[in-house]
Design a protein around this ligand. Structure first.
Ligand SMILES: C[S@@+](CC[C@H](N)C(=O)[O-])C[C@H]1O[C@@H](n2cnc3c(N)ncnc32)[C@H](O)[C@@H]1O
Length: 251
């Protein structure tokens, strides 16, 4: 089942307003080397990245939120992607991919170790020999949630719904499990919607141990979208992996 934040169709409609194309998307697109023929986008959301990727290779976009996939299907280029309503922890596509990625911090929706391990197992089962898996998660040491508390509301104009204001509020944080509330004010409509969501901030040591024991080897670790070296206080943990024991053939 999808979370309220992604399950409400009006919120899915305005998702792209506050999540435009960025350098994170450039990073993932850059992984699509000429040797890559197929890609799987886990937690594809409204499909901005998947549709762009599909200009180069065959793409499957997977997400459990029907409202997000409705937006994805309707976007320009959406017809070039095979959209699948499914959970990244438990899916069967009966095929393998050269590139699997999980972008836009979708990975932080996997709250427990059992969830992350289930995703890693699915990735290993669906990753072609020599293929790459990439994802990012915010570094818990940088404690981004503390800055969300005082972040100014953001405003943007939607072609159909007019001016929309998004503000976010931290509800709680414990051992890297963060609960927060998003408040969308549809100013022209005089309507407000709120949705609570939870995110897991998982540290590098735990991630490494889980990945390695699920048969995935870290090839690269970056701390920013320019390919900068990872440091203890980096904002992001950006990982590129391969199946353990594979010869890298897709560079
Ligand atoms: C922050 S959005 C990111 C969407 C997209 N990847 C992007 O870059 O904009 C998180 C997405 O993860 C999806 N998600 C949540 N739980 C999931 C799960 N168990 N399996 C796959 N996707 C999931 C949500 O439905 C949502 O579309």
């Amino acid at each position: 089942m999808s979370e309220p934040l992604y399950g409400e169709s009006l919120l899915a409609e305005v998702y792209d307003l506050f999540n435009a194309w960025g350098e994170d998307n450039d990073f993932y697109l850059g992984l699509c080397s000429p040797a890559v023929g197929s890609a799987l986008d886990l937690g594809c959301g409204t499909g901005l990245l998947a549709a762009k990727m599909a200009e180069r290779v065959e793409v499957v976009g997977l997400d459990p939120a029907p409202a997000m996939l409705d937006i994805a299907r309707a976007r320009p280029g959406g017809g070039q992607v095979a959209w699948r309503l499914a959970d990244a922890r438990d899916f069967e596509l009966n095929r393998r991919f050269d590139l699997i990625y999980c972008a836009g911090h979708a990975f932080q929706s996997f709250l427990a170790e059992t969830d992350r391990r289930a995703v890693f197992r699915q990735v290993r089962r669906h990753l072609a020999r020599g293929g790459r898996f990439a994802f990012e998660t915010r570094n818990p040491a940088a404690r981004a949630w503390l800055r969300w508390e005082n972040a100014a509301p953001r405003r943007a104009a939607h072609p159909r719904w007019g001016e929309v204001e998004l503000s976010q509020r931290l509800l709680s944080e414990r051992d890297g499990l963060v609960s927060y509330r998003s408040r969308y004010r549809f100013i022209d409509q005089g309507r407000t919607l709120e949705a609570d969501a939870r995110l897991r901030f998982c540290g590098l040591a735990a991630l490494r141990a889980e990945l390695e024991s699920e048969g995935l080897s870290v090839l690269a670790l970056h701390g920013d979208w320019q390919g900068g070296e990872w440091r203890e206080d980096s904002e992001e943990l950006i990982l590129t992996l391969a199946r353990a024991g594979d010869q890298p053939v897709l560079d």
